[in-house]
Design a protein around this ligand. Structure first.
Ligand code: TRP
Ligand code: ZN
Length: 858
């Protein structure tokens, strides 16, 4: 038997060494061509410290053509497959290389690649080594001078980081442009774009008077759909000045939208490159969700100019230093532009949907990981979203004034440096945070639990509370975490008896005494979700009913109603029959009474917990039973509240061009009531959904109708799908929604339809958005993906292996749903594991995929 290939080595945080050589300056000269681009790089290098070690340059898929050291040509090495090691005599030297690269053949979308006829780059985390030989690590900061040359007709626009310099025409229909970036930066922030692009232009004047030219570059036909992104950019610039005192620092800020992109967007200095999905919007093509996501991501990338670019990361273990902080900043920005309670509900739902499961499974890792095989696999919900929760806790513990002073100190002390989590904590410490204690949050994987037990003493009228923290994923003997934890106590008649503010649990067990209590109170735990934890026990249904009616904190009221539905669903699964439906209907009925006052809140609270979330509450997941329970509850809600739901659905009409928070809330509520109206797939409801589809004056209403109909067995479904294809097939980011709607359908025939869609003329696995819409859309469809027989898993396994040959980052992401195999009952779990094993045993799979499958099998 052939022995398996050795695993790629792990990189460890503990092994960090400062760079042996610095590169204070680099000149890059590009002769751009999609088939074969020439890159001349001239590096000024300096020895860092007293040592005799060689200069190590990373390089990947580079065709080496020339090399000079201090002007002297060097013999070319036999192989430079993953880099170069050069012996250098003097303490400073100039190293020049000329390489050829192949953008059109670059399907990984890392380095320089072609997308829709244009050329663009993606260098984070380790893509720059696919452009030229360089110490491709974030603690090597250089000043970049860039010169590009290209065909003037195919590539009339030439952009790079920084400020523009000379430009002009050349013989043979070619032209050139130079760009200079005055701010030293790590290679992962390098970018260039060459293309046939038009711009939406605007301007912003910073509060110290710098005039900044703003431009969003897209195909000419898409310029009208850039207005919302531009408005979001200007709002972000003003917000960062006002809230964090951070100004923009170059004369230009450019955003380019591309159709093929591995992620949401990228914060390259002065030249952000975006997945077009997060730029293009108008009411006809983008939902309210899309509008909000665009504003959030535009803000996120802009905010990186300080949290990431001016202050960057020492190494990739520190990734959350920029990502967690920047997510927190974009969440604050979004909250300031809508309802903070609703934004918080959305963020917590996202955390529970993605981060909690990650933290509970084999891919769990600390917010600052200790080791990795492939860094691309660590752009995770834990690093981003749990990382943001850690910053939120620090901001809360310090309060707004001290937190602002601490962030000022962090930015000022680390400007132009590659920093660590310790540097951030030191700034927080200077305003009084106990950072040694807080640091443990960065070191432990797993979602901490706080278990509350209460004992009432009727004679003394006291309640003794004991709050015990634990974390099943933390190492033996791991220190306790500082957990901000608040609760309120309610009497049986609904009166609030007491509430805590700024309680901080620092010990494994904290005891509290509540006084003046005639009866045991009802406790509302983890109010405001101050920490990313699970509080136990969940209150009994009768208590949740009381909290649903009497909680005066919006978030806590949302939680009570959601928990009520969740507990009804869990009980229904256990008992094999519908339980708790009357309680749910009663609570929702009371909730619906307030729909006109706050439609957005009512909509979020009305949403029935997802099937994966129900599974997360169970020892062992039975997807079929969960689906049956949720469908039964949906039906019971419709039976009980049908007339109310119809009434609300009819009354929630809006002007589709109205993007106010109220109009968005009304549309959200309209969509959620429509989906409930279709619970029993009635003829009247299907007709109403098709009417909504046909008459919609905006994508939000059109899409909520299409989504609701996607599960239906009625002919209206196909009518709506055909109309959507007809109208939007030419707009790729919009047409993705059509693939997703079918992939996420709970219809019994979905697997067959998904297989057919994978062979559709409009399905292209090279496009990450399309691939994710279909394949991840399907893998997130719990009842259908886990269809008995394992056919869903087999489909995913094949897609993963196909994708891996094109784009390993995509493949490594697609496989992740299978890594949760331990959570699933027989036969599902075993079949998932077998599929994972089959992928792991396939010779020649990428390092990205190898890491996920080997970790996932553990
Ligand atoms: N830094 C980007 C962000 O704002 C993430 C990112 C963009 C990325 N493109 C990538 C990460 C490609 C890995 C690979 O969050
Ligand atoms: Zn980011």
């Amino acid at each position: 038997m052939q022995s398996p290939a050795p695993l790629p080595p792990l990189k460890k945080l503990a092994d960090y060494q400062p760079p042996d050589w610095l590169v204070p300056e680099i000149a890059l000269d590009f002769d751009l061509d999609p088939v074969r681009t020439l890159v001349r790089a001239t590096l000024k290098i300096e020895r860092n410290g007293a040592h005799r070690r060689p200069l190590c340059l990373d390089g990947e898929e580079l065709e080496m053509l020339e090399m000079k050291i201090d002007g002297v040509s060097q013999p070319l090495p036999n192989s430079a497959a993953d880099g170069l090691e050069l012996a250098i005599g003097p303490d400073a030297a100039t190293v020049e290389t000329l390489v050829a690269i192949r953008p059109a053949a670059n399907s990984r979308l890392m380095g320089l690649y072609a997308s829709g006829g244009n050329l663009c780059t993606q260098c984070e985390a380790e893509g720059f080594r696919r452009i030229t030989f360089f110490p491709d690590r974030p603690d090597v900061l250089s000043r970049y001078h860039v010169r590009m040359e290209a065909d003037a007709q195919r590539f009339p626009v030439l952009l790079a980081n920084g400020n523009p310099g000379a430009a002009g025409s050349l013989p043979d229909g070619r032209h050139f442009a130079e760009w200079d970036d005055p701010f030293p930066k790590p290679s992962y922030l390098f970018a260039l774009v060459a293309g046939n692009l038009a711009a939406l232009r605007d301007a912003f004047t910073t509060r110290s008077g710098r005039h900044v030219a703003l431009a969003i570059w897209v195909a000419a036909a898409d310029v009208p759909r850039c207005a919302h992104a531009m408005e979001s950019l200007k709002a972000s610039m003003a917000w960062d000045e006002e809230v964090y005192g951070r100004e923009y620092d170059l004369d230009q800020f450019n955003i380019v939208a591309v159709h093929d992109f591995n992620f949401g967007a990228m914060e390259n200095k002065g030249l952000n490159i975006f997945n077009a999905k997060y730029v293009l919007a108008d009411p006809d093509t983008a939902t309210d969700w899309d509008f909000d996501a665009i504003a959030g991501i535009v803000a996120h990338e802009y905010f990186h100019n300080w949290s990431g670019n001016r202050v960057t990361c020492r190494d990739w273990f520190q990734l959350s230093l920029k990502e967690g902080f920047t997510v927190f900043r974009d969440q604050q920005f979004s909250a300031s532009r809508g309802s903070p309670a609703v934004k918080r509900i959305e963020a917590v739902r996202q955390l529970r949907a993605a981060q909690f499961p990650e933290d509970a499974g084999p891919l769990a890792h600390p917010v600052r990981p200790d080791s990795y095989m492939e860094i691309s696999n660590f752009y995770t919900a834990t690093v981003y979203d749990k990382g943001a929760e850690l910053i939120r806790m620090m901001a809360r513990l310090l309060g707004p004034e001290k937190f602002r002073r601490a962030t000022d100190r962090y930015f000022d002390a680390n400007d132009g440096r590659a920093a660590t989590v310790e540097d951030f904590l030191a700034a927080m410490q200077s305003e009084g945070l106990d950072s040694a204690r807080f640091k443990h949050w960065y070191e432990q994987p797993g979602t901490p639990q706080v278990e509350v037990s209460a004992s009432h003493d009727a004679r003394a009228k006291t309640v003794r509370l004991s709050l015990r923290q634990s974390n099943p994923k933390a190492a033996e003997g791991a220190p306790p975490l500082p957990i901000p934890f608040n609760f309120a106590a309610f009497a049986r008649d609904g009166r609030k008896l007491s509430e805590t503010r700024d309680l901080l649990l620092t010990a494994p067990e904290t005891d509290l005494l509540l006084e003046g209590l005639d009866e045991p109170p009802i406790l509302s735990l983890n109010r405001g979700f101050a920490a990313p934890i699970v509080a136990r026990p969940a209150p009994a249904r009768a208590e949740l009913m009381l909290l649903a009616a009497h909680e005066d904190d919006e978030f806590a009221r949302y939680e009570a109603i959601q928990q009520l539905m969740l507990s009804a669903l869990v009980e229904s699964v256990h008992d094999g029959k519908l339980c708790g439906a009357e309680d749910v209907a009663q609570a929702l009925s009371a909730l619906l009474d307030g729909w006109e006052a706050d439609p957005a809140f009512v909509a979020e609270t009305l949403l029935i917990p997802s099937e994966p979330l129900v599974g997360d509450q169970m020892q062992s997941v039975d997807p079929a039973a969960i689906h049956a329970a949720r469908e039964a509850l949906r039906g019971a809600i419709l039976d009980a509240l049908g007339p109310r739901l119809w009434e609300i659905w009819r009354a929630t009409g809006t002007d589709g061009a109205d993007l106010s928070a109220r109009a968005k809330g009304l549309r959200r509520l309209k969509g959620i009531t429509l989906s409930l109206l279709l619970a029993r797939d009635g003829a009247e409801a299907a007709a109403a959904a098709l009417a909504q589809y046909a008459q919609a004056d905006c994508m939000t209403d059109r899409m909520s109708a299409l989504t609701a109909l996607s599960h239906s067995m009625r002919p209206e479904r196909d009518t709506a799908l055909a109309a959507f294809r007809e109208r939007y097939a030419a707009l790729p980011e919009v047409f993705d929604k059509w693939f997703l709607a079918q992939a996420a359908s709970t219809r019994a025939d979905t697997l067959g339809q998904v297989q057919a869609l994978a062979a559709d003329r409009d399905f292209d696995p090279r496009n990450p958005n399309r691939l994710r819409a279909l394949v991840l859309g399907f893998a997130g469809n719990q009842p259908r993906f886990h269809d008995a027989g394992g056919q869903g898993y087999a489909f995913l396994g094949r897609q993963v292996l196909d994708a891996d040959r094109i784009n390993p980052q995509s493949a490594a992401r697609l496989i992740q749903p299978l890594t949760r195999w331990r959570r699933f009952a027989a036969p599902w779990g075993v079949q998932m594991q077998e599929t994972l094993q089959r992928v792991a045993d396939t010779p020649g799979i990428s390092r990205d995929l190898t890491e996920v499958v080997t970790t996932g099998l553990k």
